[in-house]
Design a protein around this ligand. Structure first.
Ligand SMILES: Cc1ncc(COP(=O)(O)O)c(C=O)c1O
Length: 408
C-alpha cells in the first residue's frame, strides 16, 4: 500500500531516539531522557474542582464546538497576564492552539513551501525539526554560543543562501532555557537578531515554553515584545506552566500573519478543545497563574541544583567534559570529550540502568555526536544523584576505552 503514501508521509521518519527512549520506560531505569514536566507541578486538585463545575453547570458551552481563534475568556485572561510582562497584544492577536507542537505545524503550513529556508540553532528542538522536515523546509543550522545563536554566522549563512538563490523565510529560536541545551539568549543577541531580521526581511519564530520556569536571575524581554514591525510570532504553551495533558497553547502574531495562521488552522482541527480552554481560563482567573508559578519554580530549582551537585561530585575530571548550568527550564546539556559518541554510549548506559538523549538528534547538520541532553524534571534529588553516579561510570569507562584504543 506504500504506493498510496504522499511524498510527505513517505519521507517522514520516526525519530530513532524516541524509539530508543521507549526502552527506558522500564521501572529500574533512571531516565534523564524525556522532556516532560514534573507531575507534582500540575494543579490537579484545582483543575478537578473546575472540571466538575464546568461539566455540570456549563456543559452546553464547554462540550460544544468553539471558534477557530479560541475562547475569548481564555484569550482575555492571556492578554491580562501578558501585559505586565511587556507583551502587549489584543484579543485578535492571539490564536489558541492544541499546544505549541500544533503551533509549529501551523507555522509550516502558513509560511513554508518546499525548499524555503529556516535558520535554527545547532542544536535545536527535535519536534520543530520534524515539523520543518515534514513540510520539506530547508533547515540551515547556526551554532549556538553560551549566550544564544551566533549572529555573525547567521549573517554569513544568510549571504550564502541568498547567493545560492534560496528563498529565505525565517529564524526559529527558543530564547529562554533552550531545548535541548538550557542556554538563554542574551538581550544584546535578541536585539541583534531582530535587527538582522528587519534588514533581511525575515520572520522570527520565537518559541518560549520554558521562560516562565525561571528559578534564578532576571527575566529578559521577549523578542516579540521588542519587535515594532510585527515580524515575530511568539509561541507560549501551557504544557510546562500548567499541565502538558491539556494540550493547550497560544500563538501571538500581528496583522496578516495572524490571518494566515487562522486560515490554516481551520481545516486542521476546526477548533481547540473548548473544555480544556475553559479549564485553563477559569484556573487563571480563579487561582492565578503567577501564584502557581511561584509554587512550582522551587521544584525545578531543587532538581537542577541536585543534578549540578551530582555532576560535580561524580563526573571524571577530563578535558572537554563540561555542562551548562541553566537558570530555568528542564535541561542540562553535556559536552563529552571530542571523539566520544553519545549515541553509541547510550546502549551501555541503558545496561547500567540510566538513560539520556544523545545530542546528535538535535543537530540538523548531523554534528553533535559528543553531546547529550539531561532532563532533571522527572526524578527526585536522590534518583538524580544515583542516576548521575551510574552515568559518570559509563562516561569514565567510555573515555578510558578510547584512550586504550588510541594507544594500541
Ligand atoms: C521548544 C519546544 N517547543 C515546543 C514544544 C511542544 O510543546 P507542547 O506541544 O506540549 O506545547 C516543546 C516540548 O517539549 C519544546 O521543548
Amino acid at each position: 500500500m506504500k504506493q498510496h503514501f504522499s511524498s510527505r508521509a513517505a519521507g517522514a521518519r520516526r525519530s530513532a531516539i524516541r524509539e530508543l527512549l521507549k526502552l527506558t520506560e522500564q521501572p529500574d531505569i533512571i531516565s534523564f531522557g524525556g522532556g516532560l514536566p514534573a507531575p507534582e507541578s500540575f494543579p490537579h486538585e484545582e483543575l478537578a474542582v473546575i472540571a466538575a463545575d464546568l461539566l455540570r453547570n456549563d456543559y452546553r458551552n464547554v462540550l460544544q464546538y468553539g471558534t477557530t481563534e479560541g475562547s475569548r475568556t481564555l484569550r482575555r485572561a492571556m492578554v491580562e497576564w501578558l501585559r505586565p510582562q511587556g507583551i502587549d497584544v489584543t484579543l485578535d492577536e492571539l490564536l489558541v492552539t492544541s499546544a505549541s507542537q500544533q503551533g509549529l505545524d501551523l507555522l509550516c503550513k502558513a509560511f513554508f513551501d518546499p525548499g524555503d529556508v529556516v535558520f535554527c540553532d545547532l542544536p535545536t528542538y527535535l519536534g520543530a525539526v520534524q515539523a520543518f522536515s515534514l513540510f520539506q523546509a530547508d533547515k540551515i543550522g547556526v551554532p549556538l554560543e553560551e549566550d544564544g545563536m551566533d549572529i555573525g554566522v547567521l549573517e554569513e549563512k544568510i549571504r550564502e543562501a541568498r547567493a545560492a538563490g534560496k528563498k529565505l523565510k525565517g529564524v526559529y529560536v527558543i530564547p529562554d532555557f533552550q531545548n535541548p541545551s538550557g542556554i538563554t539568549m542574551s538581550l544584546a543577541k535578541r536585539k541583534a537578531l531582530l535587527a538582522v531580521a528587519q534588514r533581511e526581511d525575515l520572520l522570527i519564530f520565537e518559541d518560549d515554553p520554558y521562560g516562565h520556569l525561571r528559578f534564578a536571575g532576571e527575566p529578559i524581554p521577549s523578542i516579540f515584545s521588542m519587535d515594532r514591525e510585527g515580524r515575530t510570532i511568539l509561541l507560549l504553551t501551557f504544557s510546562k506552566v500548567m499541565a502538558a495533558g491539556l494540550r493547550l497553547a497560544v500563538m501571538a502574531a500581528r496583522g496578516d500573519l495572524m490571518d494566515a495562521l487562522v486560515r490554516v488552522k481551520q481545516p486542521t482541527d476546526l477548533c481547540t478543545s473548548k473544555f480544556t480552554q475553559m479549564l485553563a481560563a477559569r484556573y487563571m482567573n480563579e487561582y492565578g497563574l503567577d501564584r502557581h508559578l511561584e509554587d512550582i519554580r522551587p521544584i525545578y530549582r531543587e532538581k537542577k541544583e541536585a543534578m549540578i551537585r551530582a555532576l560535580e561530585k561524580h563526573m571524571p575530571d577530563e578535558e572537554g567534559l563540561r555542562w551548562t548550568n541553566p537558570d530555568g527550564g528542564l535541561f542540562i546539556w553535556v559536552w563529552l570529550p571530542e571523539g566520544v559518541d553519545a549515541e553509541e554510549m547510550l546502549g551501555r548506559a541503558i545496561e547500567h540502568h540510566v538513560a539520556y538523549v544523545p545530542g546528535s538528534s538535535s543537530y540538523v547538520d548531523g554534528d553533535g555526536k559528543n553531546t547529550m541532553r539531561l532532563s532533571f524534571s522527572l526524578c527526585t534529588p536522590a534518583e538524580i544523584d544515583e542516576g548521575i553516579r551510574r552515568l559518570a561510570k559509563v562516561v569514565a569507562e567510555t573515555i578510558a576505552a578510547r584512550k586504550v584504543g588510541a594507544a594500541a
